[in-house]
Design a protein around this ligand. Sequence first.
Ligand SMILES: Cc1cc2nc3c(=O)[nH]c(=O)nc-3n(C[C@H](O)[C@H](O)[C@H](O)COP(=O)(O)OP(=O)(O)OC[C@H]3O[C@@H](n4cnc5c(N)ncnc54)[C@H](O)[C@@H]3O)c2cc1C
Ligand code: SF4
Ligand code: SF4
Length: 487
Amino acid sequence: MISFNIKTNRTFTFIRRNAWLLTILVAIGGLFVPKLGLVVIPIILALTILSIFKGRYWCGNFCPHGSFYDRISLKISLNRKIPSLFKSKWLRLGFFIFFSIMLGKKVIRAFSLFGTTPFLDKLGFGFVASYLMVLILGGTISVLFAPRAWCNFCPMGFIQTLGYRLGKLSSHLKHTDERVSIERTDLCHKCGKCARVCPMQLSPYQEFNELNQFDHEKCIRCSTCVVNCPAQILSLKSEVNAVSVAAEVDLSGYEKRKSLPAYIADIVDLAHDVTEYTFRLQDPMCTFIEAGQFILVKVPEETAMFRAFSISGYDAEKGEIRVTVKQVPDGYGTTLISEGYAIGDTVELEGPMGRELIVDKKSEELVLVAGGIGITPFLPILHDLKKDAGHVKKVSLIYGVNREHEFLYKKEFQDIESDYTDFEYIPVVAFEKDYPGEKGFVTDVLKKKDLTSAKIYMCGPKPMVDATMNVFRELQIPQENIYYESA
Ligand SMILES: Cc1cc2nc3c(=O)[nH]c(=O)nc-3n(C[C@H](O)[C@H](O)[C@H](O)COP(=O)(O)OP(=O)(O)OC[C@H]3O[C@@H](n4cnc5c(N)ncnc54)[C@H](O)[C@@H]3O)c2cc1C
Ligand code: SF4
Ligand code: SF4
């Protein structure tokens, strides 16, 4: 079953990893030693003060309940869409009033014993009871709905929202409040991954402001979107720093990006899980594409979600762009694309984008490394080099797959090789003993090559890129000679 919300590991500091133990200690241990509840008093003070400077930073980084939801509940949570009732401001307000009255009554009763021995136990127990209530109620809805469903109407979250609003009255927030910031929206793939992984089920990519910041009161600054963004363009930054970073961002490769209305001219299945889509642009001026770039294809049924695909072919005269899509098992976008699009349908594209795989024709030697579906950008690159090689005198393409039948565009590459003498095609198979050619991984072939003066371009799954980068480190290949793109 395809699901929009992705269960993904949170990033854990020592505190985030272990703070949940405090919830258990206070909520359960406090039933036996009520004074343990007194620890909640400095916690409420700390989160209130912190919120004036950093919004709900506490919730995402220190909160013991939050740590419990992320460490324990996440594993068994049904991770469903958080009901809009939980997100309503009236529920937040109502629950805050209810919680304040309940806790307030207990504190007042405790103070009637002020100066006597049981006073601290009675006061502590008021907080123990509230921690137990959050553990039971918050824990239950974290499993039945989503790990951080409770955080939408948590009274402590409400207090922090008020503190944050107070902080916003002063200009210090520009320096202290580190919000989710995007380098520049021009670099965003609009893939929606930041929304799909967000424990608060927010949509940063749809709401960046003109300062490239996601200014949302419910954002708990947990960094989950930051570490999961495939374009690696997110970070937590103050407004001042976000503005200075945006001013220095290099937009080369993205400056021609625009909306490209098109229709589907052809759909061809290359394998049971690989399909080639040919789009014909409504405005057939696609001469601005550079070999190695990618485009965004809108996901049907989603108003603002796209998927990035390398351009596997283009015809400037006909105004056609081709992409080759591998169906990810239960993948959200590829499933909707394969089920939702047919020949003749109109489709929204955006691009062209990307600079990592635009090869340097001033270099004399190029080594191209592909893994699996990562082969697609190298087809237009080789067609382009064959027409105009610039200073390039030698090109090798090392293409790794698990089994021989997985090779894509084998004939096309062999055809290019047959009349482009400076080009060498090296297909590699990992798991077939009887394969007659190169066996093993692309790294095995790379280790045998002299790479000292080559520019290297890679595209493939992350494990391949990581393994290859390790080999390059061992071989002491200068970082500035290596370029890669990975999904
Ligand atoms: C620059 C660039 C170029 C690309 N070029 C191509 C290309 O030419 N061809 C191509 O086929 N692809 C390409 N991709 C990848 C493509 O953009 C998509 O990421 C890919 O097709 C998967 O999309 P999806 O929505 O189907 O999968 P998703 O639903 O986004 O799933 C992707 C991965 O997320 C994880 N995941 C998903 N759902 C869950 C869940 N519920 N719980 C836990 N984990 C989950 C899984 O690890 C899964 O493998 C490219 C990506 C980039 C960035
Ligand atoms: S996760 Fe995707 S949509 Fe969100 S900022 Fe990164 S590239 Fe853009
Ligand atoms: S927007 Fe990002 S930092 Fe904010 S709560 Fe969602 S995942 Fe965490």
